[in-house]
Design a protein around this ligand. Structure first.
Ligand SMILES: C[S@@+](CC[C@H](N)C(=O)[O-])C[C@H]1O[C@@H](n2cnc3c(N)ncnc32)[C@H](O)[C@@H]1O
Length: 245
């Protein structure tokens, strides 16, 4: 994005130094930040703030604080966008169903909100964000879902690799058992046509209310949201016959 939009400055944060090192456009910087400790930026800094895939990162109780921080660093009239995929996928085979049960319980017992993806719009409204809209798309996991499905399959390999320690702890499996289970799950992806639902919500940070003495002379216009679809999107890949879960 920073290569395409050279007039825009981008700031990325993560609690780990996981950003790309091969390329570093001049208009792009990264910082190691633990969002749970507050964002190290002034109020009203950014025109657009985007957060994606933190469902395994934030305990349920901390979501309101983080959203408040995202709002604080956004300029009045700026856009805040959140994107999440629920922890549990859909159309799972028996092996994946079992694993998802264990994972969901493990996440809940650690205070994570496994349903946060579906609550994005509500949490944003509650935090005072205006003109909140949302959409979701079903994304195939596996070669059955053409190019996108293959990419999601590769992505899931990374996810299972990073969750290995956690799942071994939850199940008591050893490395060999874990790898064998993941292999079986990859077969199930194709057989059961596994898919995930990706939820996105966005809205506008309101301008401050005018002080009484200003109200007759100053008008506050809230800009329209960008031209994004406000209803469920139609993914550009084979539609999964299963209903949304
Ligand atoms: C699934 S990855 C998503 C990465 C990136 N946001 C994306 O969409 O590609 C989740 C990331 O959240 C980061 N993370 C977890 N807890 C965090 C926190 N408290 N503050 C900042 N980053 C955090 C992890 O280090 C990990 O890189």
């Amino acid at each position: 994005m920073s290569t395409e939009h050279t007039e825009t400055n981008f700031t990325g944060i993560d609690i780990s130094a996981v950003w790309p090192t091969e390329i570093r456009p001049r208009n792009c910087r990264f910082q190691v930040v633990n969002a749970l400790q507050g964002l190290p930026f002034e109020d009203n800094t950014f025109d657009f703030v985007h957060q994606r895939f933190l469902i395994m990162g934030y305990p349920a109780k901390d979501w309101p604080f983080v959203i408040k921080e995202l709002i604080r660093v956004t300029k009045p009239g700026g856009i805040i966008e959140l994107t999440e995929i629920p922890i549990v996928s859909n159309a799972n085979g028996p092996e994946l169903t079992k694993l998802m049960e264990v994972l969901e319980q493990g996440c809940s017992s650690r205070g994570l909100d496994t349903k946060a993806a579906k609550k994005l719009e509500g949490m944003m409204r509650e935090a005072g964000i205006q003109e909140v809209k949302g959409c979701h798309a079903s994304i195939p996991v596996g070669a059955w879902g053409a190019k996108v499905g293959q990419l999601m399959r590769e992505n899931s390999a990374g996810t299972w690799s990073s969750l290995k320690g956690f799942i071994k702890e939850l199940t008591g499996m050893n490395d060999t058992q874990y790898e064998a289970m993941i292999k079986r799950i990859f077969v199930e992806y194709e057989h059961y046509k596994c898919y995930v639902n990706c939820y996105c919500a966005w809205g506008v940070k309101p301008h401050p209310a005018p002080r009484p003495e200003e109200s007759s002379s100053t008008s506050y216009n809230i800009p329209a949201t960008p031209s994004m679809s406000s209803s469920t999107t139609s993914p550009p890949y084979p539609q999964n016959p299963h209903p949304q879960h």
